[in-house]
Design a protein around this ligand. Structure first.
Ligand code: FPP
Length: 617
């Protein structure tokens, strides 16, 4: 079917949107010939979705890969990538874009109701690539794969399952079938290893060797030989062995137990084409150093022709069971009042559940009645003492974090009850990576689990979630949950809960300073006009107000690199209670203590009742 007909039959009439899909289609065809061939086995609405997802990834990858003369090492690429990703996040929030590729991508995400963080796993890979990816061991290679490729594969699989009329999110696909997570990881490994061989010449041209150093050492292959495109018998043997290994993994690719027959046929064709690709690589190993191997046309057609006939029959017998639900297209020119109406942001989740009031405390305790204005606007908490609380009970430290996370949920209910507008919690600092693996794992599981409890379960609270922190080193699924929570709760007005995760105060200030410096160098701001207000716009969450009350539990009396910019004038309160023993009543007590304090901000007291001399802060 001609692309123009595909767009027409998918209801794509807006010329900019059409151009975006067309750019994605071309990028998919050029860089993902197998993915493109398989997309043609799908009905038009799903076909264009494949183009948008794959093509947008390729487009951003090219943007990050194409070095400009002005680039210093990888910095220019990384910056272009970050700019694109930020623009994507902003566009997704607004539900519209002026960039054709982003427009197509957002259209696909809204049409299929994909979670807003969907693309972020892929962006994470691109981020690592932009800085020059290098693996010392198979272990590292696998870890990268587990972080990036598997989550993306699971998301794609869940889209296909949904098309098959089944509701399955990636996590349930992985947990529904025994050892499915391992099986999906293996499938992702097979695809990544195949592509590493096939794309070798392009990666070498960029100065990257996409194979673990360990594999080269074992086989007696020198990195320098590869970069000089010198083939050796050891290299040829290595390619053959790796191709065998990838083929073995591919043979173990799981097919979900219940699948639409056409989707099953498409998946079968996909793995068969990958097998052909591997054979082409193994048949001429030396040539891999110079060019991508071409899959012989005849063999390709022997896979695709029968698949085309069979899918056509399968789609006729079992039409697409799920109707795509595209967002409305703009009706008029992109200006004036018509624009506002036509491009009004559409909620990202089609059924937005109504929020519920906070549940009362089991003891029946009610929040104190305080005079208007006495409740602080912004409370920030260092939730300390989890580990010691657990150890004192003979429990492993991760249990302390689990109990601590439950305590936070109760405190959030209490914050809503007393009418607090901003609550910011220190969940994980950039220094916390030094902790043992089991503790890190417990924390990385606990944060998404509790966030879903607060924002996303059957009874979501009126809580808007924000995340302050760095992306680097965080698992992709955690980033995805945070971004999803931010997007999914952006219309909520009760309490703003800012989760500081992978956060460091000095790093936040340094990053803001670096942004400002870049803006100044680019001539977009005048250094003389930089004010505190202008500076704060470059912090992780620019709209976060100053902290009124900073509370730390667990007995220590320090602020530990937590919100140094925002908490300059905060009242400090230290509790000996370990965080897991805290509940909303402690928050209310702290707020009552705060209400009794007099804040001066370096001036004279507002209510100089029993006036003490006021010097400085
Ligand atoms: C400090 O205790 C606490 C942490 C590093 C983690 C706190 C995180 C949570 C309570 C989960 C939060 C959940 C969401 C949704 C934000 P510690 O281990 O340093 O205690 P110690 O000083 O006794 O060792």
């Amino acid at each position: 079917m001609h692309p123009a007909r595909v767009y027409r039959s998918s209801g794509i009439h807006d010329p900019v949107l059409r151009r975006g899909y067309e750019e994605c289609r071309r990028a998919t065809r050029a860089r993902g010939e197998i993915e493109y061939a398989v997309s043609l086995l799908l009905p038009p609405p799903l076909r264009i979705a494949t183009w948008a997802l794959y093509g947008a990834g390729v487009t951003v990858d090219c943007l990050a890969d194409t070095a400009q003369p002005s680039d210093t090492k990888d910095a220019g690429r990384a910056e272009r990538l970050e700019a694109w990703i930020s623009a994507f996040d902003a566009d997704l929030r607004d539900g519209r874009s002026t960039d054709p590729v982003r427009k197509a991508l957002i259209h696909t995400m809204l049409t299929w109701n994909l979670p807003p963080g969907f693309m972020h796993t892929q962006f994470e890979q691109l981020r690592l690539d932009a800085h020059g990816r290098r693996f010392a061991t198979w272990e590292e290679w696998r870890r990268y794969n587990g972080l990036v490729t598997t989550p993306f594969l699971l998301r794609a699989a869940s889209l296909m399952m949904r098309v098959a009329g089944l509701s399955a999110e990636p996590e349930s696909i992985a947990s529904g079938v025994p050892e499915a997570a391992v099986a999906w990881q293996t499938a992702a490994d097979a695809i990544l290893l195949t592509d590493a061989l096939v794309d070798l010449s392009e990666d070498l041209a960029d100065g990257h060797v996409p194979l673990p150093q360990e594999a080269l050492d074992e086989a007696g292959v020198r990195r320098a030989d590869l970069l000089d495109r010198r083939s050796t018998p050891a290299f040829e043997e290595l390619v053959r062995r790796l191709a065998d290994r990838a083929r073995g993994w591919l043979d173990r690719t799981p097919v979900p137990p219940v699948l639409h027959p056409a989707v099953g046929i498409a998946l079968g064709a996909y793995t068969d084409l990958y097998r052909l690709r591997l054979r082409a690589a193994a048949d001429a190993p030396a040539a891999l150093l110079l060019r991508r191997p071409a899959v012989p046309g005849g063999a390709r057609l022997r896979v695709l022709l029968p698949a085309r006939t069979r899918v056509a029959l399968a789609w006729t017998l079992f039409p697409l069971p799920v109707r795509p639900c595209p967002p409305p297209e703009p009706a008029g020119p992109p200006a004036g009042p018509a624009r506002a109406e036509a491009t009004e942001a559409r909620p990202l989740t089609t059924e937005r559940r109504p929020v519920v009031p906070p549940a009362p405390h089991p003891s029946g305790a009610r929040p104190p009645r305080l005079p208007a204005g006495a409740v602080p606007r912004h409370v920030a908490i260092v939730m300390d003492g989890n580990g010691r609380w657990a150890t004192a009970r003979g429990l492993p430290r991760p249990e302390g974090h689990r109990a601590g996370a439950d305590a936070l949920v109760d405190v959030v209910h209490g914050a809503l009850e007393i009418g607090l507008k901003y609550l910011t919690v220190y969940a994980f600092s950039t220094e916390n990576w030094k902790r043992p693996a089991d503790e890190l794992q417990a924390l990385m599981q606990e944060v998404p689990r509790q966030l879903r409890r607060i924002t996303d379960d059957a009874k979501p609270l009126d809580v808007r979630v924000r995340w302050a922190g760095l992306r680097s080193r965080l698992p992709a699924d955690v980033i995805e949950t945070l971004v999803d929570a931010e997007q999914g709760t952006r219309d909520r007005t009760g309490l703003t809960l800012t989760v500081c995760l992978n956060y460091g105060g000095r790093a936040e200030i340094t990053a803001a300073a670096a942004h400002l410096a870049q803006e100044a160098v680019a001539g977009r701001i005048d250094p003389a006009s930089v004010s505190e207000h202008a500076f704060a716009r470059h912090l992780h969450v620019p709209e976060l107000p100053d902290v009124d009350l900073l509370l730390r539990t667990g007995g220590d009396q320090r602020t530990s690199n937590f919100l140094p910019w925002q908490a300059t004038y905060a009242e400090l309160l230290f509790l000996d209670t370990p965080w897991p023993e805290v509940d909303r009543r402690d928050l209310w007590d702290a707020i009552e203590q705060y209400a009794r304090r007099t804040r001066r901000y370096g001036s004279v007291p507002r209510i100089p009742a029993q006036a003490r001399p006021a010097h400085g802060a």
